[in-house]
Write a protein that binds this ligand. Structure first.
Ligand SMILES: NC(=O)c1ccc[n+]([C@@H]2O[C@H](COP(=O)([O-])OP(=O)(O)OC[C@H]3O[C@@H](n4cnc5c(N)ncnc54)[C@H](OP(=O)(O)O)[C@@H]3O)[C@@H](O)[C@H]2O)c1
Length: 224
């Protein structure tokens, strides 16, 4: 039997790190998932491991990739939308190329903002969980200026849309440092310990099925 999309989640940025762990958690709870990312190999591997997982390829940093995601979202009706993808250059602002800063803004903020706009414009209000950053969304982040700027913007957008659409179950989940490929192996913050993305994914999933409609949850900034 084909399972209706209303019983599915979509994860933007599902191929590794937090998004992949979230996909495993949702499937373990019998909740089918469509995962999106750029690289096919890790998505195919997840599909082989998880019978309830399917995937689509899209580059969220490019207008065509964002169009693909939006078209898909409007054609289907997902119950849950997890906006997980994010990233940016790790260097002093002037040492990174401008195109890398633009990439950070597209993938971390603009793609998710466009998804929210398309849903709101179409009067479609599934549960949406945005992934922020307890560190980068509310303070400076050395070596990650464009990433921090995008996370601040995401937080501002969430707070403002809560005012525009008080009945929309639109949540912001802000994790602390996690042991994923996003955090460079030589990042000094790793010395203080980092969270296991499996634990964070469990927490996101449990929160998503809780009644905290429209809230903002901050996972502790640092394990220590
Ligand atoms: N790791 C941390 O310490 C930390 C701390 C606080 C907040 N966060 C946030 O948590 C979220 C998940 O981070 P993570 O650590 O799990 O990151 P990650 O390991 O780098 O995974 C990022 C995911 O996003 C996808 N992605 C990246 N660029 C994309 C693009 N242009 N188009 C489509 N998909 C793209 C990646 O797949 P492809 O490369 O195949 O596209 C991958 O599936 C992010 O929003 C991040 O900002 C992370």
């Amino acid at each position: 039997m084909q399972i209706g999309r209303m019983d599915r989640a979509i994860i933007l940025g599902a191929s590794r790190g937090l998004g992949a762990e979230l996909a495993k958690k949702a499937c373990a709870n019998n909740f089918p998932v469509t995962g999106m990312a750029r690289k096919e190999a890790p998505l195919r591997l997840l599909q082989q491991q998880l019978p309830l997982f399917e995937y689509k390829i899209a580059d969220l940093a490019k207008a065509e990739g964002q169009d693909t995601v939006i078209r898909h979202l409007l054609e289907e009706s997902y119950a849950k939308v997890f906006c997980v993808a994010g990233g940016g250059p790790y260097a002093a602002f002037g040492a990174a190329n401008w195109k890398d800063h633009e990439w950070a803004w597209e993938v971390t903020f603009r793609s998710h903002a466009r998804v929210l706009h398309a849903l709101a414009q179409a009067h479609r209000f599934p549960q949406v969980i945005l992934i922020g950053s307890s560190v980068a969304e509310s303070g400076g982040d050395k070596g990650a200026a464009s990433y921090a700027a995008a996370k601040h913007a995401l937080k501002g957008l969430h707070a403002s849309l809560r005012l525009d659409y008080p009945d929309w179950d639109l949540r912001l989940y802000s994790p602390g440092y996690m042991d994923t490929p996003l955090l460079p192996l030589n990042a000094s913050v790793r010395q203080g310990g980092v969270y296991d993305p499996i634990d964070v994914a469990n927490d996101v999933w449990l929160w998503s099925v809780s009644a905290d409609k429209g809230g903002h949850k901050v996972y502790p900034k640092h394990p220590l």
